[in-house]
Structure formats: C-alpha cells, structure tokens
Design a protein around this ligand. Structure first.
Ligand SMILES: Nc1ncnc2c1ncn2[C@@H]1O[C@H](COP(=O)(O)OP(=O)(O)O)[C@@H](O)[C@H]1O
Ligand SMILES: O=P(O)(O)O[C@H]1O[C@H](CO)[C@@H](O[C@H]2O[C@H](CO)[C@@H](O)[C@H](O)[C@H]2O)[C@H](O)[C@H]1O
Length: 515
C-alpha cells in the first residue's frame, strides 16, 4: 500500500512538483506565474493513491490536477515522463504506468464499485459502468497500456477495445464530456460516437462530484477529418497551377456525410422530454445578454492582443488586421442585434469545440470525439445550451482553415499570385460550406424547432462564425503566429457578409485586398 507522510508531502510540494508539472504535457499552467503546488487530498484507490494537487498562481484562479501515485522498484521500466522521483532504493511514479493500477481502474468500472477514499468516509471513488462495456470483457485477463497520445489528458487502452481518458485538470463538477457521451449513448439513437463504457468519479459529502476519468469503446481510426480533408486538398491542388478547378465526386459525398452526421448528432441532443440538463431552451433575455457580453469581451481581448502583436505580423496580415479594426462599430452593431432580433429557434447542449480534428474516420464512416467543450471556457459556460449552429460554424470554419492552410502554405502553389489563390480558395470553401450545410439541414427535415426561419438561420450562423473566428484569432496569436491570417480572413469574410445585409451607403471601404 502506497503511503505518504508529511515529510514526503512537503518534499514533493516544494522540490519535486514544480519541475515535474512543468515538464508534463498535460499541465496547462506553464505560461502562468506559479505560486505553489499543494497536495490538497490524498485519495486511497486500492493499493494506490490519487493525489489531488492544487496549483496556485500569482494572478487568477488556482487549478486542481489529478496525479495517480505509487512507489515501485528501481528495476521497473517506466517512461521518463512517468517518473516523478527516483531515490536510491525505489522510484515514485505516475501510477498510470503501473499495470496493476490500470487493472484496478478497469475492474472498478466493470464492477461499478464505490470505494471509500478517505479514512473518515467523507469521500468516495465511485465507478459507473456504461452500456458500451460488455459483460464478457472481464477484468482478470484484460491487457492494457498507456497510449502515446500526448495531450492535455492521459489515455489508456484496455484489451484493444476500450479507451480510457484520465482527466488531468479537474473541474469542480461532472465533466461535460461524461454528460454528453453518456446521454448520447444511453438516451439517443446516435451511433457515431464511441459508446460510453463508464467513468470514475470522486464524490464528496455536500460538494459537487468531480469526474476523474471516462471510458469509451476504442476506435480503430484510419485518420481524422483534418487529415482526410488534407488529402482532398492535395488532390485538388495539383490542378490549380494548370488552371484546373477539379473536385472529385467522392469529396462531395464525404462532406455530405459529415453534414448528415452532424445533423444526426444534434437530433440526438434535441430531447424535448429530457430533464433540465438536456431539455431544449428558448433564446431568453439572459442568454442573449450572455452571448453579447461574451462576444464583446472576446472582441476587446482580441483587439488588445492584435495591437500588442501588430508589429510582428507580415504586411498582408497587417492589412487584414486593419480591416478588422476599422470594422469595430459595424461588428458591435451587428452583435447588439442579438438582444433585439425575434428569435424563436431553440437551443440545446452541443459539442462546443467542433472542428475537423474532432471527427475520426473508421470503416468509411465518421466518429465524433472530444466533447469536453471549448478549452478557454469555464466549466459553467461549457454546459450552457446554444444554437447547434455554434458547432456548425466551428466545422465551416475548419473547412476554411483547411483550404487556406493548404493553398497559401504549399510548395505547389508558391508561384501563383495571392489574389488568384484567394479566388480559388474562396470558391473551394464556398462549395464545401454549401454542401456541408445543405446536408446538415436535410438531416432535420427543415423547418425544425431548432431553426425557426431562414432569417434566423442566416443571422445565427453569421453570429457564431464571427464568434469562432474571433476566438481562433487569439489561439493563433498565442500558438501559431504564422497562421494569424487564417482567422483574420474568416473575420473579414463575415464583415463582408454583414455589410451585404446593410444599405450600400454604410459599407466600409475595402482598405486592402484580403490576402
Ligand atoms: N474512443 C477512442 N478510441 C481510440 N482513440 C481515441 C478515442 N478517443 C480519442 N482517441 C484518440 O486520442 C486522441 C485524444 O483524444 P481527445 O478526446 O481529443 O482528448 P484530449 O481532449 O485530451 O485531446 C484523439 O485525437 C484520438 O487520436
Ligand atoms: O485542442 P482542441 O482540439 O481542443 O482545439 C484547439 O486547437 C485546435 C487546433 O488543433 C483549434 O482549431 C483550429 O485549428 C484547426 C486546424 O489545426 C482548425 O481545423 C479549426 O477550425 C481551428 O479552430 C481549436 O480552435 C482550439 O480550440
């Protein structure tokens, strides 16, 4: 049984965790000024411990992280990233690298066990078994390994059939992903997600449950849709230098299928008879004010970021940035319409961070993953119901990203003028957007309570396209400065569409060619 005394706790907090956490891919606080690392709870899980570590910062809210913990002998082969500390006699490791810990996780979910995790019985580790876990996959002989997926969480595979995601940064609530995946698996006909197989929750008396992990059926994915769309574009791009605009019928079929699956996902989430967490809601005043506030706040932050980084941008990107800055009033006026427009469409729980990378391809069909919601949003925001057009806008933006990234960054097109590339890229994007969107609406047999009229459809789609592109601008400035022009082009495109809705006299002048 793993044991930690006060001296060890102190040592870990002071001497070990600052460097260990900062070297871990899953730690989200690397760029923040860290104050301290404190083991807030040590939860007993069979022979193992799960440490709940609070990281506090000099500014902003603190964060909670989960670190499974155990001591093993020095001769046990542990990947470097799993070794928390080596002593002369043993090594302290992240317990996910111990086969016994993984067995314990699987067995607890399989048996839907609830274990006391503190001596005073005030907290429990409760496992739930989902419909996707077969009774015949008994824990005794199940093989397991940690997946090399290096992201903000850790992942394990059991018997080649079950994928378990262990959440690292914890929310003080049930993770939205568990709510979404279990709802779709257990209360809808939607089949294009990996079925929910179970979860592990930390339960505390008088406080909200905290999700520690979720298990789903494993997907043998050939690739994700970002890669698939890249293949479409590689094919398309060969014709471009020869003045050919050719898209294979197969591409339209795949984009149509994605529109259909997206529609079916939203139909699965449209559940008028469901309880409060999933029942559709109206565009009431509080929600409208929330949306406006969110967009205005995002715009303020993005304008500030753009000004701070303006000198680092190349000239064509600076020109796009200018169009965006000049259009602030137009954008603000458009955004304010959210308060006053008649909107009878309904809103529901949605994916929340929907893009081509979140759709895997398997056996010629699509499987949708990663329902955790938008990384920048708070946990409460991630559970808010939205128009499903927020997801649709996310996917449309993704097609725009795919074609922009390919045509403007590839060797094959380097001798073509940016004006010409812009025309070709716009044409490809519009065709995909239209194909995807038509197939999406078709899945509902429009009209539908989620999309009340063509006016509402146009307005909501434009609103969420704008919001998404403005969100992406921040993501690119922070992580991929050479791609800043992609969301800026997306913003300019929305500006042009807003202009079209206005009288010609208030159209702003085109300061530059958006290239
Ligand atoms: N059910 C699954 N089966 C197999 N692999 C999966 C499954 N779900 C996700 N993956 C793989 O793990 C990666 C990370 O999953 P994701 O849900 O995006 O986690 P994160 O939010 O930590 O990035 C995906 O890109 C995919 O390659
Ligand atoms: O890591 P997540 O999948 O949660 O999402 C974040 O990273 C995405 C990039 O990996 C980012 O997506 C943006 O870039 C994609 C291409 O790399 C593009 O397909 C998306 O349309 C675009 O939004 C996403 O915004 C961010 O939340």
């Amino acid at each position: 049984m793993t044991n930690v005394n006060n001296a060890l706790i102190n040592h870990l907090e002071t001497n070990v965790f600052p460097s260990y956490f900062n070297a871990s891919r899953w730690f989200a606080g690397k760029a923040r000024s860290q104050k301290d690392f404190r083991i807030q709870h040590t939860l007993t899980f069979g022979e193992f411990l799960i440490l709940i570590v609070e990281v506090s910062y000099h500014e902003g809210p603190s964060e909670l992280y989960q670190l499974p913990f155990t001591e093993v002998s020095l001769d046990m082969d542990i990947p470097e990233k799993g070794v928390i500390e080596k002593t002369e006699t043993s090594q302290w490791i992240d317990a996910i690298y111990d086969v016994q810990f993984r067995k314990e996780l699987f067995a607890n979910i399989f048996n839907a066990t609830t274990l006391p995790s503190s001596a005073d019985q005030s907290s429990f580790l409760a496992s739930i078994k989902g419909k996707g876990l077969s009774d015949s996959d008994t824990p005794e002989n199940i093989e397991s390994h940690v997946l090399p997926v290096d992201s903000s969480n850790s992942a394990m595979l059991f018997g080649g059939k079950y994928f378990l995601k262990l959440y690292r940064k914890l929310f003080d609530q049930t993770n939205p992903e568990v709510e979404m995946v279990s709802f779709l698996t257990q209360h809808s006909d939607f089949k294009n997600i990996p079925a929910y197989a179970g979860s592990l929750t930390w339960q505390r008396t008088g406080q909200p449950d905290i999700t520690l992990g979720m298990m789903q059926q494993a997907i043998r994915a050939d690739k994700d849709n970002w890669m698939l769309t890249g293949d479409f574009l590689n094919d398309f791009m060969y014709g471009v230098p020869n003045g050919m605009f050719g898209i294979k019928e197969w591409v339209f079929e795949q984009v149509t299928l994605l529109g259909k699956r997206t529609g079916e996902m939203h139909l699965g989430l449209f559940a008028p008879g469901a309880d409060d967490a999933f029942a559709p809601e109206a565009f009431d005043d509080t929600y409208r004010a929330f949306l406006l506030h969110r967009l205005t706040d995002l715009l303020d932050r993005r304008y500030a970021l753009l000004i701070d980084n303006y000198q680092k941008l190349d000239e064509p990107t600076q020109r796009l940035a200018w169009i965006f800055m000049e259009a602030r009033e137009l954008i603000d006026d458009f955004a304010k319409e959210m308060l006053t427009r008649p909107l009878d469409s309904l809103r529901i729980r949605i994916h929340g961070d929907y893009h081509l990378g979140q759709v895997l391809t398997q056996d010629g069909d699509f499987i949708i993953i990663d329902f955790e919601g938008e990384p920048e949003a708070t946990i409460a925001e991630r559970k808010i119901k939205h128009s499903p057009f927020k997801d649709v806008a996310g996917m449309i933006r993704s097609y725009h990203y795919a074609v922009s990234a390919k045509l403007f960054e590839s060797h094959e097109t380097k001798d073509i003028s940016s004006e010409k590339l812009q025309i070709v890229s716009d044409r490809w994007y519009k065709l995909m957007r239209e194909t995807y969107f038509e197939a999406y609406l078709e899945a509902f047999g429009w009209p539908h309570p989620l999309f009340n009229s063509q006016h509402e459809i146009n307005f909501l789609l434009l609103f969420f396209l704008l919001e998404k592109a403005v969100y992406e601008l921040g993501y690119e400035i922070s992580y991929r400065p050479s791609w800043v022009k992609i969301p800026l082009r997306g913003i300019v495109e929305v500006i042009r569409e807003i202009e079209k809705l206005k009288e010609p006299s208030v159209r702003i002048s085109r300061l530059a060619n958006p290239s």
